[in-house]
Write a protein that binds this ligand. Structure first.
Ligand SMILES: NC(=O)c1ccc[n+]([C@@H]2O[C@H](COP(=O)([O-])OP(=O)(O)OC[C@H]3O[C@@H](n4cnc5c(N)ncnc54)[C@H](O)[C@@H]3O)[C@@H](O)[C@H]2O)c1
Ligand SMILES: [Zn+2]
Length: 349
């Protein structure tokens, strides 16, 4: 199955297919690639390096294997990629492959965007989160010690190649982490996806994986196409993230995964919205039951005063307040602006 992203500045296909990992060589040859820079992490390489090496046979390539984890999305790694690529003699006629989860995709995409003012790159996402979310939409970034994604730009891949079979080597926790983003996509814009999640086998079987990945991607596609630079409706993708980011920071990025924090954030927001009459009655209970079924946490146990300290650092704040993405009912969402003072009352238990 192929979904195309159509933007004023770029248009590119996302292919979702089992066994796509065995077509990489053929696809690169069809694109006329000769020289490649491949970036991955050691866990991905441990599971899928042998199959990738077979696909790279016959190409001249430079391979960078980084340590797994968020700390790899660093300025130091960015510099070391630039140096490696200079030594290798990478040019704008060559191709970069980002082979891994969102960390590898974001870092490699940012390096590709800026090296020689832009080298083409392909995303081969290997986590559920990166397959349904981070590999499309063009956001690429590195972290600073002061915060996540503080240095970044919009730079789209030439293509995105998604093989759901990569997901079978993920740990249960990282798989569920991505499922939170799938649930979010259902919540904000796709009632049918929400219903599938409520009934399909857990963990997902291959056929369900293709279906839910493509449905979640379609939600992102629609919002990215309508608002590439996130001035308006794309912000609905942040449902659960305002509180989720605060919880992640509160837990020092180790206590909860991103998806766990987003799941708890979605519940907190929906409960507040329901109380304020902005969500239909029963929406929170429905959401809690879905997330519990998916094995995701729904309550953080953190008090509002502790949360507010981290919320006030949110980079999505505007000068007048904060813009929240809220769910009216499963499959329908909207943006709602509140002042800092009203936010406290809105979120109060
Ligand atoms: N650009 C965007 O629009 C966007 C959107 C959402 C998130 N992000 C970013 O994505 C990052 C999180 O992405 P992630 O959750 O994929 O994290 P990740 O890349 O750190 O991957 C999570 C873990 O899974 C391992 N892994 C990857 N593929 C595997 C496989 N097939 N089998 C076994 N293990 C595997 C990795 O080694 C890592 O330890 C964050 O940095 C976040 O800021 C970006
Ligand atoms: Zn997210």
């Amino acid at each position: 199955m192929t979904i195309t992203i159509n933007l004023a500045t770029a248009s590119y296909p996302i292919t979702i297919e089992t066994a796509l990992r065995f077509q990489i060589k053929k696809r690169l040859e069809e694109m006329g690639c000769i020289r490649l820079a491949v970036v991955t992490d050691s866990t991905v390489w441990q599971h899928h390096g042998v199959s990738m090496m077979e696909q790279l046979l016959g190409f001249q390539y430079d391979l960078t294997i980084l340590s797994p984890g968020e700390s790899s999305k660093s300025h130091e790694n960015l510099m070391s990629l630039y140096r490696r690529w200079l030594d290798f003699g990478l040019t704008r006629n060559d191709m970069v492959l980002a082979f891994g989860g969102g960390v590898i995709g974001d870092l490699t995409g940012y390096a590709a965007a800026t090296f020689m003012r832009g080298v083409p790159f392909i995303q081969i996402p290997t986590t559920l989160l990166s397959q349904v979310d981070s590999s499309i939409g063009g956001k690429v970034a590195v972290n600073l010690p002061e915060g996540k994604n503080l240095i970044g730009t919009f730079y789209h891949p030439k293509e995105v190649w998604i093989d759901p079979d990569y997901l079978f080597t993920l740990s249960d926790r990282i798989f569920k982490d991505g499922m939170a983003e799938v649930a979010k996509a259902g919540c904000i814009m796709n009632r049918a996806l929400y219903q599938i999640l409520d009934t399909c086998a857990q963990p997902l079987e291959s056929k369900d994986a293709i279906k839910v990945i493509s449905m979640a991607l379609s939600v992102k596609k629609q919002l990215v196409e309508a608002d590439e630079k996130e001035f308006g409706c794309r912000k609905r993708l942040n449902f659960g993230h305002t509180i989720g980011h605060a919880l992640e920071a509160y837990g020092d990025y180790t206590r909860w995964t991103h998806g766990e924090a987003v799941a708890m954030g979605m519940v907190w927001m929906t409960r507040s919205a329901e109380r304020a009459g902005l969500s239909e009655k029963g929406t929170t209970a429905e959401l809690v039951s879905l997330l519990e079924r998916m094995g995701l946490p729904t309550e953080s146990g953190i008090g509002l005063d502790d949360l507010m300290i981290w919320l006030s650092r949110d980079k999505k704040k505007t000068c007048s307040g904060i813009e929240l993405a809220l769910m009216k009912k499963p499959g329908e969402s909207f943006l709602y602006e509140l002042s800092q003072e009203d936010l406290y009352t809105f979120l109060s238990p």
